[in-house]
Design a protein around this ligand. Structure first.
Ligand code: FEO
Ligand code: CA
Ligand code: CA
Ligand code: CA
Length: 734
């Protein structure tokens, strides 16, 4: 097929019409860049219904008459900040960033302030903020203590604690002897420092505080009991010594990004969980079936376990808190009820948490598939239509997925907590994305019996739909999904339902010159200022797509590449393809989130541009899929060249893409969310100074001392940013 075979340029020209609706509520929220063609096809109703609670019934055709006045445009109204290597958070003039919730901060009455010297006992971390703050969401709370989506003065912040920096958690760093953990309390602390925090926050004017003693405060850790729900509930593959009927497991780990539901619950996603389990292959492989070995190999369940938790020996033999991190087949049972050979099967899922029900057990929603679940971002929510959640699999050359619920959305389910989750998240269709070279794409269903996912599949013979959910990666392989440059976060544009996803970067060995393709089109050498070569796609890009017919449940879409990360000084023809300038150049896009006004916030997790700047947060005003051009990119690897044709979004320029924040040294900028009035945003600063060596740690020389400064140990933290004049953050509709 030729590159011109996709829709004609006119069909993608988004600038032809302003929002024709005279309805002020639609005009104020949707802005001017709605496309008449997609409006008439129904996207307008989808987008409006999704994010603002309006029903399709309110979107009759008679509201599409031309407006007398131009609809408001979203404009960024801050001055971009410069790149920075300073050990501080830089925000634009006119803004204030305050530290709100740090590693170790107490979340219960009677818990002492954090000493930040490693002296607290491990158990106290069940009542303290965890480490490595990641995704974050804000749930407004009404005076009755229930979910109130529009409330900005009181709410629950729910956030992930993805991982830990062990050096800074313990008095002298972790104690390891002979490859084993020898101080059990250190392991207890680490088990408690992972998971999720729920904390109540209040906002009065521009003053935001968290409530140390709120009864809603809660820590969910690697030890919290959880229910397995969906097709793997009580499946033989989930049987462990802890749960011989396969109905339950303990904990969640490596929670990176997140999602949320239209009924007011939080979705925490288990990302690079596989590395936490100990499974020494030389010993264990001979005990396993060929099917088990194929599955465990595809998920990377091998090694000593990244924190060596399984090597700690409990004083009480009945205590399996440590032993459960050993995924080897050690028992003699036929079903796994006497060991933890199946424990890794209970990880890799989307986990639903009801923050308004502190006593409720979280539920692992197995219908949504198992992989390195980056997040689960909701598509447009439309009454009477299925719910859609997008996911990425955060590993190099992995895939992009979506889940489409069997049940159609009924707004009467809002506020019904985990019971609503049972209805919408336990049954549905799981798809994986195939990006075609002509700018179209297809969602391939991961269904037993379809798309090569059968008992006759040579790489892995599938047995049933539960097996497909458990081994989603293998099913996606069989279906022929497109290998992507490391899918990180996604975000859905509230203006038009289009989906954005970061492809954070890829290496020269995983994305060779020969394997560049239209959706992953670049191979280049990003030279550091010191002249060090960085080959492959070290700067990453952001892809986006529009579902056909404006229907989130569609099985086909159109895509283009919204932005390419690059140094502003890089070759403008083939590397800095998006025309980035000193005010907005970035590398390795990772976090992604749409604010209510339509600003797309982009966060970086970067090592490639670290010679020039710390990680950052940018604000973008996106157009829409197809607003740019077809483009040929010439890639060079030594003497070899390869030209790749792709589709590139319209350049944004300094007006529509600006750097808003730069973080302290050696950090990653992770979660972001705003209060509904858009007057406060919460941003997570993850692992400042994490690259500190053991020798420098011992000498008290930390790569960062943020946030306390001086000689303090660094701490991951949530910051809150407000505008000194009390206005909306970043820009507004005007
Ligand atoms: Fe936790 Fe996807 O990086
Ligand atoms: Ca990240
Ligand atoms: Ca990352
Ligand atoms: Ca990180």
């Amino acid at each position: 097929m030729t590159i011109d075979s996709r829709a004609t340029p006119a069909a993608f020209d988004d600038d032809q019409d302003n929002n024709p609706s005279p309805n002020p509520s639609f005009a104020s929220v949707l802005g001017a860049r709605m496309n008449r063609r997609t409006l008439l096809k129904g996207t307008f109703g989808l987008a409006a219904g999704s994010f603002f609670g309006t029903s399709l019934a309110g979107c009759g055709d008679d509201s599409y008459t031309p407006a007398a006045a131009p609809a408001p445009q979203l404009k960024l109204d801050f001055t971009a900040v410069a790149k920075s290597l300073a050990d501080t958070v830089v925000v634009p003039s006119g803004y204030t960033a305050s530290v709100l919730f740090r590693l170790g901060d107490p979340i219960a009455a009677g818990v002492a302030d954090y000493a930040n010297d490693g002296s607290e006992p491990g158990a106290s971390f069940a009542s303290r903020a965890g480490d490595h703050h990641d995704a974050i969401h804000y749930f407004g709370m009404g005076s009755n203590g229930a979910w109130s989506p529009a409330a900005s003065d009181r709410g629950l912040l729910v956030m992930n604690h993805e991982a830990i920096t062990p050096l800074f958690l313990h008095a002298k760093g972790p104690t390891i002897a002979g490859g084993a953990r020898t101080v059990n309390d250190e392991v207890v602390k680490e088990l408690n420092a992972h998971g999720v925090s729920i904390v109540e926050v209040t906002k009065a004017g521009s003053t935001v505080a968290y409530s140390r003693a709120s009864t809603y405060n809660r820590r969910i850790t690697t030890n919290t009991e959880m229910i397995l729900s969906g097709p793997l509930a009580q499946a033989p593959a989930m049987i462990t010594k802890f749960s011989p009927d396969g109905s339950r497991t303990r904990g969640t780990v490596n929670n990176c990004a997140h999602g949320y539901t239209p009924w007011g619950t939080y979705l925490t996603c288990e990302e690079n969980w596989a590395g936490y389990f100990r499974r020494v292959t030389a010993a264990d492989n001979p005990r396993r079936t060929a099917r088990e070995l194929t599955s465990m190999s595809r998920y990377g369940i091998a090694g000593n376990g990244r924190e060596l938790w399984a090597t700690a020996v409990a004083t009480d033999p009945a205590d399996t808190t440590f032993a459960r991190w050993n995924a080897e087949k050690l028992g003699t049972s036929s079903d796994g009820s006497d060991d933890f050979r199946n424990v890794a099967n209970t990880y890799g899922w989307v986990v639903e948490i009801d923050p308004f029900a502190p006593a409720s057990a979280p539920k692992k929603r197995t219908a949504m598939g198992r992989f390195a679940h980056e997040g689960a971002w909701p598509g447009p929510v439309v009454p009477g239509r299925p719910l859609v959640f997008y996911s990425g699999d955060d590993s190099r050359n992995e895939y992009i997925y979506k889940f489409v619920s069997t049940a159609n959305w009924d707004p009467a389910d809002a506020g019904k907590g985990l019971a609503a989750g049972d209805k919408y998240l336990d049954s549905g269709r799981l798809y994986v994305a195939k990006f075609n070279a002509d700018g179209t794409g297809a969602w391939l269903e991961l269904r037993f019996g379809a798309n090569g996912i059968t008992g006759a599949n040579a790489a892995y013979p599938f047995t049933d739909q539960a097996d497909v959910a458990l081994n989603s990666r293998l099913a996606a392989d069989a279906a022929g999904a497109t290998r992507m440059d490391r899918p990180e976060w996604g975000a859905v544009n509230p203006k038009n339902g289009e989906v954005y996803m970061t492809l954070t970067n890829n290496s020269a060995t995983q994305r060779t010159l020969a394997s560049t393709d239209a959706p992953n089109p670049r191979f280049y050498n990003d030279l550091t200022t010191a002249g060090t070569a960085q080959r492959g796609n070290p700067n990453g890009h952001i892809i986006r797509w529009a579902e056909d017919g404006g229907n989130a449940a569609a099985t086909s879409f159109k895509w283009d590449i919204f932005l390419f990360g690059a140094r502003s000084t890089a070759d403008p023809a083939n590397v800095n393809v998006s025309g980035l300038t000193a005010s907005n150049d970035f590398s390795s896009p990772d976090g992604l989130w749409f604010g209510g006004s339509g600003i797309l916030w982009i966060q970086t997790d970067d090592g490639a541009y670290a010679d020039v700047t710390n990680c950052m947060l940018l604000a973008a005003v996106p157009g829409s899929v197809g607003d740019g051009t077809r483009k040929s990119i010439v890639n060079i690897d030594g003497a070899a060249t390869k030209t790749v044709d792709t589709y590139v979004g319209a350049p944004l320029g300094d007006a529509k893409l600006r750097r808003f924040l730069v973080g302290p040294k050696d950090c990653e900028i992770t979660g972001i969310v705003e209060t509904p009035d858009r007057k406060a945003i919460f941003v997570n600063i993850q692992h400042p100074g994490e690259g500190t060596s053991a020798a420098n740690f011992a000498a008290g020389n930390y790569l960062s001392n943020w946030p306390a400064g001086g000689a303090a140990r660094p701490r991951s933290a949530t910051i809150v940013i407000t505008r000194n004049d009390g206005g909306e953050i970043g820009g507004s509709l005007s």
